[in-house]
Design a binder for this molecule. Structure first.
Ligand code: ATP
Ligand code: MG
Length: 344
C-alpha cells in the first residue's frame, strides 16, 4: 500500500537542494516518521503522469543499501516522493558539521555505495548518475544507503530544463559527452570519498595544498568554503560556519540566473573546473596533516583513472583489501552515526 499526501503531517525541514526540498513528516496511518521530497517539475500534465509512472520502479528497489521508497504523488507544481527517513542525514551534512570522516568509516561508506550501485545495475539496469555526499545517507542503526538515482528518464529531462544541473562530481568522459556507464558512478564515488576523508572538495588550484579546518576557532586562512555545484574556491577564504544559510543564499542566486560565477576573484567558474577535471591529473587521497593507509590510497586511485576502461568495476573494488579486510562492524557504524548527530 503506497503512501498518499493526505497521510502525512509536516514536522520539520531536512534540507534543500537544486531541484527540491526535503521535509521530515509523520505518517498518521502507519504511525512513523518518513522523509518527503518535493521536486519542482515544470512540465505539462502528460509528462508529469509519465514521471509518476516511471517512479514506480522505485517500488521494486529493495536493498539494504538503497533508501526505501514509500510512494509518490503530484503536489501542485511539484512531484512528491516519500522515502525512508535517514536520521543521521547525508554524508555532506555529516562532514560539514563534524569535519573529516575517519578513513575506516570512509571504507564502509565505499562498500555500501558499491553494493548499492551493483544492486541497481544488476537487478534493474539502472545507473545512478548522481553519486555525491549529499546523496549518501546514514542512520543511527549504522546503515549507509544511496538515494536520488536516475529512475525516471522524464524526470531527468524535466529537471535538466529547470536549472543548470552540471555537477562537478562528473567524470572526464561524461564532461566530454560520452554516455553514462557504471564507471562514471565509480569516478563520482572516488571524488566523494576523498571529500569525506579530507573534509573538503578535492579540486584546488595546487593539488592538495588546502585543508578543512578541524578546529572551529582556528583563525588560519586554510579552511575552504565550497559549494561544488557552483564555484571552486582557490584559497584565502575563512571556514564558513554558516553553511546552511550560505547554501540557501547561493541556491537562491542560482535559481535566478543559472550557475552563479562568483566574482570575488578567488573562485574558479564551473567551466574552469570542468576543464580542470578533463585536462589535469586526477586528485589523490593525500593530506599534509594526516596520513592514510596505503590500500585506501590505491583504492581511490583505482576509482579515478581518467580512462574509464582502466577504472575498476564496482565488483573489483569490493574485492580489494581495503574493503575486504575492514574490521569496522555495524556496531562501530552505529556508534559513529550517533556521535555525529546533535552537535550542531
Ligand atoms: P542536489 O539538489 O544538488 O542534488 P541535494 O542532494 O542536497 O542536492 P536534495 O536531494 O533535495 O538535494 O536533498 C536535500 C537534503 O535533504 C540532503 O542534503 C539531505 O541533507 C536531506 N535529505 C534528503 N533525503 C533525506 C532522507 N531520506 N532522510 C534524511 N535527510 C534527507
Ligand atoms: Mg539529493
Amino acid at each position: 500500500e503506497l503512501v498518499k499526501d493526505e497521510d502525512l503531517e509536516i514536522l520539520s525541514d531536512l534540507g534543500a537542494g537544486n531541484g527540491g526540498t526535503v521535509t521530515k513528516v509523520w505518517n498518521k496511518k502507519r504511525n512513523c516518521v518518513m522523509a518527503r521530497k518535493l521536486i519542482l517539475v515544470d512540465a505539462k500534465p502528460s509528462v508529469r503522469k509519465q514521471i509518476l509512472r516511471e517512479l514506480q520502479i522505485m517500488n521494486d528497489c529493495n536493498s539494504p543499501y538503497i533508501v526505501g521508497y514509500y510512494g509518490c504523488f503530484p503536489v501542485d507544481v511539484h512531484v512528491g516522493i516519500v522515502i525512508e527517513l535517514m536520521d543521521a542525514g547525508s554524508l555532506n551534512d555529516i562532514y560539514r558539521q563534524n569535519g573529516p570522516v575517519h578513513i575506516e568509516v570512509v571504507g564502509k561508506i565505499a562498500e555500501a555505495v558499491l553494493h548499492g550501485l551493483i544492486y541497481l545495475y544488476d537487478v534493474h539496469r539502472i545507473i545512478h548518475r548522481d553519486i555525491k555526499p549529499s546523496n549518501i545517507l546514514a542512520n543511527t542503526n549504522g546503515e549507509i544507503k544511496i538515494c536520488d538515482f536516475g529512475v525516471s528518464g522524464e524526470l531527468i529531462n524535466s529537471i535538466a530544463n529547470t536549472f543548470v544541473g552540471t555537477s562537478t562530481y562528473m567524470s572526464p568522459e561524461r564532461i566530454q559527452g560520452a554516455p553514462y556507464t557504471i564507471k562514471s558512478d565509480v569516478w563520482s564515488l572516488g571524488i566523494s570519498l576523498i571529500e569525506l576523508a579530507l573534509g573538503r572538495f578535492p579540486f584546488t588550484d595546487s593539488q592538495g595544498n588546502e585543508e578543512f579546518s578541524e578546529d572551529d576557532d582556528d583563525d588560519d586562512d586554510d579552511g575552504v568554503q565550497h559549494d561544488p555545484d557552483a564555484t571552486l574556491p582557490l584559497n584565502t577564504q575563512k571556514p564558513n560556519l554558516n553553511i546552511e544559510k550560505d547554501k540557501k543564499e547561493k541556491k537562491e542566486k542560482r535559481k535566478s540566473k543559472g550557475v552563479s560565477l562568483a566574482g570575488g576573484g578567488h573562485t574558479m567558474s564551473i567551466l574552469d573546473l570542468l576543464q580542470h577535471i578533463v585536462n589535469e591529473p586526477a586528485p589523490k587521497l593525500y593530506s599534509k596533516k594526516r596520513s592514510f593507509p596505503q590500500n585506501s590510497v590505491v583504492f581511490i586511485e583505482d576509482c579515478l583513472y581518467k580512462d574509464p576502461n582502466q577504472r575498476k568495476s564496482p565488483q573489483d573494488l569490493l574485492a580489494t583489501d581495503w574493503i575486504a579486510n575492514s574490521k569496522v562492524t555495524q556496531d562501530d557504524l552505529k556508534a559513529w552515526a550517533l556521535s555525529t548527530i546533535g552537535k550542531d
